[in-house]
Design a protein around this ligand. Sequence first.
Ligand SMILES: *Cc1c(COP(=O)(O)O)cnc(C)c1O
Length: 493
Amino acid sequence: MATKRSVRALQSETPLIFELSRPGRTGCEIPAHSSLAKPVSLPDGLARRQAPRLPEVAENQVMRHYTNLSVRNHHIDRDFYPLGSCTMKYNPRVNEDMAALPGFSALHPLQPAITCQGALQVEHELSKALAEITGLEAVTLQPAAGAQGELTALLMFRAYHIKHGGRPRRRVIIPDSAHGTNPASIVIAGYEVLELASGADGLMDVSALKNALNEDVAALMITNPNTVGLFESRISEITRMVHDVGGLVYMDGANLNALLGIARPGDMGFDACHINLHKTFSTPHGGGGPGSGPVAVTKALAPFLPSPVIHEAGGAYSWDWDRPDSIGHVHAFFGNFGVHVRALTYILSMGADGLRAMSEAAIINANYLRVKLGKAYEVAYDAPCMHEVVLSGDRQKAKGARTADIAKRLLDYGFHPPTVYFPLIVHEALMIEPTESEPKETLDEFIETLLEIDREAAANPKLLQDAPHTTPVRRLDEAAAARALNIRYFKDR
Ligand SMILES: *Cc1c(COP(=O)(O)O)cnc(C)c1O
């Protein structure tokens, strides 16, 4: 069966904007100084001596420049982006419209609360919605990302243990499938990491946990559904066991896509949970853009939340700074407010039923891929999955094409690859998260393409080893590209 997709070349020879520059050409008229009563004089050290070297181009050239650049990289507005654990779902444009309203976007964080009641209402309503969604009591919107949410919660756990037990305790337990941010947050919060091997079924090994639990354990951190895409079916028993030794239980809820309206961390016995608004609630991310990782906690932990917390009385909103047990501030001002507006817009426009339908569709889509792709690829754990499915590229590796080669070959077909080589406990892992926002036709094209790539692996593994063939750049040193990125046009600056 032929795929509907064929390998397609991207434009790679778009001229750079500096090459289009012609002296005197311009796309805009800057008003003369006449509106200023008198010329402003700048201190000597601040005045520019030479005109800046800017490209001189017409407006349409600028427009085409950015439009062409935007398709040289992959993004969700261009095509399917099944990057597991990262939830690259479609970002509805209404979220952007709301975040851009001048009443939100033109605020200053220091202006008095009385002048920005609408913005504070957004903070209050989003906090309430997240408390309801997680089944927990109180929420901070300050953390800028999931990793910072983890650290915030662990610092709260520390403060809680000191307040109630006189000492912070020593250790935090994680399963070996944990996201890399978990051990990092544990160490930064001053704890030791104790990593437990998962069972052969991909779930937490409850008897290993039992052996590891004692009064030195401050907390268990666990992702549910876990990073191999499975629901921890013994979760209530697990949270009870940790509580029995006086420990707290943290849910890494970066990705709540399988749970909305179906199951709540608070009901499973979790004490705290962060939520990545930039994953579950459709706010755009990637490329280091702003995220938001609010943390929801039980009533017992609420006094330790970062200051300030939003307060409502009789329809009036204010910030409550009077919180003697608070761990303090974790972000300048109140967090990434624009992301909060987008997430609340998504929640309100979906409604409760819509959020549940979203999760159901995310689960069905992942299981559809699991069953169809299972014909050619090994499924890491042969059980119904939640919102993502983890495959192993072991069979293809035996034919000469590794998971990295499969991932690069997908680029030739215009798809972003799935997450690869994570979770670490699966050989040659391919972690696929289709999200709820893709039509069946897209999923079918993706399936056909991966089946075609499997045939290519058998017939001509070199084709995959040398992929991508059609992208503006070929195989990159990805670490150097991220760490030593050079975006200068002029070599001398
Ligand atoms: C994405 C993710 C994180 C980290 O979130 P950031 O916003 O990238 O800091 C933590 N845990 C899991 C399971 C994740 O998927």
